[in-house]
Design a protein around this ligand. Structure first.
Ligand SMILES: *Cc1c(COP(=O)(O)O)cnc(C)c1O
Length: 489
């Protein structure tokens, strides 16, 4: 299976690359992304064959059908990362919260957020490739929350890959910060910055563009890669759990093969939703993918009006920070799949030059064949958390945005799977505020209060963070980041 470029080819880069190349150097011509030339078929025979499979068996068969240039043994070891999840055979758990409404809990991995589903196996594959080739890679990330911990966790003590993670000191929750600064491994560097998330991100951009930094990387014989969801190595693992949701509903006789279901995806960079789209396109019987957002609702406008418009927007801070995103990278892969490389480049050029683009009415109609969208503000989300807490189910603020989308179904009998992207423990102060109106000074107090009120255990990995040694103590001004990182290299 070869990978092609969303914005067409510039004559400099190869027009097609194998999977390994697409994940080691994820930047394609004209700043585009890599996408698979075709998808493996998810037909009835495939689904029936896996009706009683473990997650890993399903995943391995799917990956083998994808025909990527990764050895089977490496794929198997990558999938063995799921052994560290709560249930090794079934790393994703499905809970029912209403008639015909199910929650697929994607957060049962080491950092208690859904990023682990893809980053865990992806990290293993990237490091194996680097080692096989005898090459060194560095991954740089600016994070406000979930990507940082999951990226550090997957590459911890892995050969031939170093990770630098920048976070705004004071701009993350206690749990998120502790997850990063307690990571103790020689190949990881976590740097707090005096400033906010935008400062961290612009510091990173500045660094990546700087010649001193590039020369330093060349001197150290180190290549730059990326672990965000522009990397198809993450997306490939995000197709699998959508297939698994369908199979889980077949297992409990909610559906029989061929029945269509809704998938409801709380979205930011659109990686999760893209995985759902590829599953649908490959043949999984999905009626529609419903995209949910917070007040940073640029995706709602795109899907309902065909307008992607940054000109009148500034980023709002919300209770669901992993969805506080205005430039949603993976939308580009949908545009490419529906409208081709020429049109995608045109739309992306518009976005770069005018901060906006518009779809034609025909294009919008095409988009709406597969997607619906709705957003919730924090007050609506808190109301949802409270309502379900009273019924005995605690959900986090990202997951809570999904409930409003249930109204978009043509028929309330059609089963819907909501994706839960974080455990409540990652956002406990806001969950506490939602259920009781109380405000507390830190995560520890919120965790204990919720745990007591609802008789819920606090996951041990989260609880133990508060007693662990701080291994990563660097906190610097923006100007000093470059020196700090070159020293680390
Ligand atoms: C990353 C993240 C999202 C958004 O997922 P995308 O694939 O970027 O759309 C939603 N919720 C949580 C908790 C996340 O960490």
């Amino acid at each position: 299976m070869q990978f092609i470029e969303t914005r067409g080819n510039d004559g400099q880069k190869p027009a097609e690359v194998p999977f390994s190349q697409a994940i080691l150097s994820p930047s394609a011509s004209f700043g585009g992304l890599y996408v698979p030339k075709e998808l493996p078929k998810l037909d009835e025979a495939f689904i029936q064959k896996h009706k009683n499979s473990s997650y890993k068996a399903l995943a391995l068969d799917f990956l083998e059908n994808f025909n990527i240039d990764i050895d089977k043994a490496v794929l198997q070891s990558a999938l063995d990362r799921y052994d560290a999840f709560d249930d090794a055979d079934h790393p994703v758990e499905l809970s029912q919260i209403e008639n015909s409404v199910f929650v697929s809990e994607l957060y049962h991995g080491p950092t208690r957020a859904f990023k682990d589903m893809a980053l865990q196996p992806f990290g293993y594959i990237l490091s194996s490739l680097a080692k096989q080739r005898g090459e060194n890679y560095i991954i740089m990330a600016a994070t406000s929350g979930d990507t940082g911990p999951a990226t550090l966790e997957t590459f911890k003590n892995q050969d031939n890959v170093k990770v630098v993670c920048l976070y705004p000191e004071g701009g993350t929750s206690d749990v998120q910060r502790l997850q990063m600064v307690t990571e103790d491994a020689k190949n990881l560097k976590v740097v707090g910055i005096h400033g906010n998330f935008d400062d961290a991100q612009s510091a990173l951009k500045g660094l990546l563009a700087s010649n001193t930094f590039k020369e330093e990387l060349a001197k150290k014989d180190t290549h730059l890669s990326a672990a965000n969801s522009v990397n198809f190595g993450r997306i490939i693992f995000q197709i699998i759990y959508h297939i698994y949701s369908y199979i889980q509903l077949m297992q409990d006789d909610t559906i029989t093969y061929g029945d269509e279901i809704y998938l409801v995806v709380p979205s930011g960079n659109f990686g999760n939703a893209l995985g759902a789209y590829y599953a649908k396109k490959a043949g999984l019987p999905v009626k529609k993918i419903l995209i949910t957002s917070n007040v940073n609702n640029i995706l709602t406008d795109l899907i309902n009006k065909g307008e992607y418009d940054l000109t009148s927007r500034s980023l709002q801070k919300t209770a669901s920070p992993a969805m506080d995103i205005l430039k949603s990278s993976n939308v580009e892969r949908i545009l490419h799949d529906m409208f081709g490389p020429k049109r995608t480049k045109e739309l992306m050029d518009d976005l770069a030059q005018k901060d906006r683009y518009s779809l034609t009415p025909e294009e919008l109609a095409r988009l709406q064949e597969d997607f619906g969208a709705v957003y919730s503000d924090d007050a609506e989300g808190f109301e949802v958390i409270k309502t379900y807490a009273q019924k005995g189910y605690i959900m986090d603020p990202h997951t809570a945005t999904c409930v409003k989308a249930l109204q978009l179904r043509d028929d309330a009998k059609t089963p819907a799977v909501i994706y839960s992207t974080a455990e409540w423990t990652k956002f406990s102060p806001n969950v506490l505020k939602a259920v009781s109106g109380e405000t507390v000074s830190g995560d520890k107090e919120a965790l204990e209060k919720i745990s007591k009120s609802y008789n819920l255990p606090i996951n041990e990995k989260i609880a133990s963070l508060f007693d662990m040694e701080i291994a990563q103590k660097t906190i610097v001004d923006k100007e000093d980041i470059q020196d700090e990182i070159i020293n680390f290299l």
